[in-house]
Write a protein that binds this ligand. Structure first.
Ligand code: FAD
Length: 501
């Protein structure tokens, strides 16, 4: 019996420490977990915006949310504000959570769409608490105290400092028994009979053997690619940005409870407000813009004083052909990368961890488990990929980069969704995909896609009844948001972090 007892996590970035914290909290104590990281090989140092499912991860490993917010200088996030994406001057928010109140027959947005098409409905964002809160700079967590009101619908995630998050998780993991080894891995030993990884060899000469290896070594994938040559599916023809420049700046203005994404001529810029600073970055396509130009654009669009030298990062969008190969499971950037447009990478670390825990090879490796893991890994990557491509495809901008994106052929799975929406405004969530109908709606509508018709089921209700429904939702949402504290007030009262020296 090939029992899995020794687990070796290679890498101490967000992926490594998330994995270490979760495994040490959740798998039986008779396993030994070691994490190897090198102070000489820096972590990617970005990855600071999340989506609401991270709260499930924090709950799972027993993290107290206010403590986590204080320790990581975090702020709350209700969605993403997209500027200049459909065309220059456009501005929409992709908010988490619900839009309006779904009815028995049809979703709320289908009623809204019918009225919008005849000029009798307001902008979509007026009907969702998660989009009106950032518009008015307000925040509170969801509560059911007021019954089934929009207060119960609030869906939040976080912006946090990636370095502080890794440090916070490291503290938890080490207290739970994870042993950390600092040093550089210089080679990898494989078993002669089956090619499984047997040990990693450190620069010091130490040999760290294991049964299961979790590759969290970052973009180059030390074990999954360097050793096992798993192969990579390159998606850069669909998501052509291949470079990023990141730079922090001083805080400025009210603390926005949204990430801001501003499209530029060959990419886009992120703005992530934290309690102690703002994280900024420019993601761009090097075929259409050189790095000097990209850096100039980034630095001239900072809200506050620049706090460090800009950091340049190169990447290739895509995924490994397998996320689990032999006794190596890749997590985080080692498993693949899609640009941070919808803050999905940390989420995918989380799902990879839970998927591995569900299929944990405690009795040894079974190919059926590995195959199921890989099928789920591929499905998750492909559905998120389609949603990201949508942002680029639907645009009316004139620059060569945007023209390329508009004219490119997209995956058939995405084209079907676009066609379905364009006909009668129908959206279906396929195969438990991450992004719900309301996410697709907000992005498709926000970037200017307009259906030719609407779902005829809504004609079961009179136009007057639909108008009342819309008006009621809009008023209740507005009243709820008006009654809330500002984002700063809420943080000050609940989870204010100490000043950083
Ligand atoms: P890394 O942080 O690169 O860590 C790799 C680790 O491996 C390091 O500890 C290093 O020391 C170790 N290592 C490597 N080789 C060796 C060796 N030979 N010996 C010993 N140790 C070794 N995600 C989001 O969810 N939201 C975002 O807003 C977001 N923004 C992003 C913006 C950009 C530009 C990029 C590129 C990514 C972004 N991501 C985002 C993704 C996110 O940053 C990563 O998913 C996350 O940080 C995980 O990184 P990692 O731990 O896999 O790798």
């Amino acid at each position: 019996m090939n029992l899995v007892k020794d687990i070796v996590i290679v890498g101490g970035g967000t992926a490594g420490w998330m994995t270490a914290a979760a495994m040490s909290a959740l798998i039986p104590a008779n396993h030994r977990i070691r994490l190897v990281e090198s102070d000489l090989i820096s972590t990617i140092g970005v990855g600071e915006a999340t989506i609401p499912v991270i709260r499930g991860f924090n709950d799972l490993i027993g993290v107290d949310e206010d403590e986590f917010m204080r320790e990581t200088q975090a702020t709350f996030k209700l969605g993403i504000e997209f500027r200049n994406w459909g065309k220059v001057g456009d501005n929409y928010i992709h908010g988490f959570g619900t839009v309006g109140r779904d009815q028995h027959l049809a979703k709320f947005y289908q009623y809204w769409l019918k009225m919008y098409q005849s000029g009798q409905a307001d902008e979509l964002e007026k009907y969702s608490i998660n989009t009106m809160m950032p518009r008015m700079g307000k925040f509170m967590r969801a509560t059911r105290e007021h019954g089934d009101s929009p207060f119960a619908d609030i869906a939040h995630a976080f912006h946090f400092d990636a370095g502080l998050y890794a440090r916070y998780l490291r503290g938890r993991a080490e207290r739970q028994g994870v042993v950390r080894t600092e040093g550089k891995i210089v080679s990898v030993a494989q078993r002669a009979d089956n090619g499984f990884v047997e040990a990693v060899i450190m620069e010091s000469g130490e040999r760290i053997a294991g049964d299961l290896f979790i590759d969290c070594s970052g973009l180059h994938g030390l074990l999954i690619e360097g050793t096992l040559k798993t192969g990579y599916e390159d998606w850069s023809h669909w998501l052509p940005c291949d470079s990023a420049i990141a730079v922090p700046c001083e805080s400025f203005g009210p603390l926005a409870p949204v990430t801001r994404s501003t499209a530029h001529t060959a990419g886009w810029q992120w703005r992530i407000p934290l309690q102690h600073r703002i994280g900024n970055g420019h993601v761009f396509c090097s075929k259409f813009m050189d790095a000097e130009e990209a850096e100039r654009i980034l630095l001239s669009n900072l809200d506050g004083k620049q706090l460090a030298d800009p950091r340049h990062i190169k990447f290739k969008t895509g995924k490994r052909k397998q996320g689990w190969n032999k006794n190596v499971v890749a997590m985080g950037l080692a498993s693949g990368f899609m640009e941070p447009l919808e803050s999905t990478s940390i989420h995918m670390i989380q799902t990879a961890i839970t998927r591995l825990l569900m299929l944990f090879p405690h009795q040894g490796f079974d190919q059926a488990d590995v195959d199921y893991y890989n099928a789920q890994y591929t499905r998750e990557y492909e559905t998120i990929r389609d949603f990201l491509i949508l942002h680029y495809k639907i645009n009316q901008r004139s620059e060569p980069f945007w023209t390329y994106c508009r004219e490119m052929e997209v995956p058939a799975s995405l084209q079907r969704k676009i066609d379905l929406y364009e006909s009668n405004g129908r959206i279906f969530r396929d195969n438990e995909e991450l992004f719900a109908e309301t996410s697709w709606l907000q992005v498709m509508h926000g970037q200017g896609l307009r259906p030719r018709g609407y779902n005829p089921l809504v004609d079961q209700q009179s136009p007057e009844a639909i108008a009342d429904l819309l008006q009621g939702v809009k008023e209740v949402v507005r009243n709820c948001v008006e009654a809330m504290p500002t984002h700063e007030q809420y943080i000050a009262a609940n989870c204010k972090a100490a000043l950083m020296s």
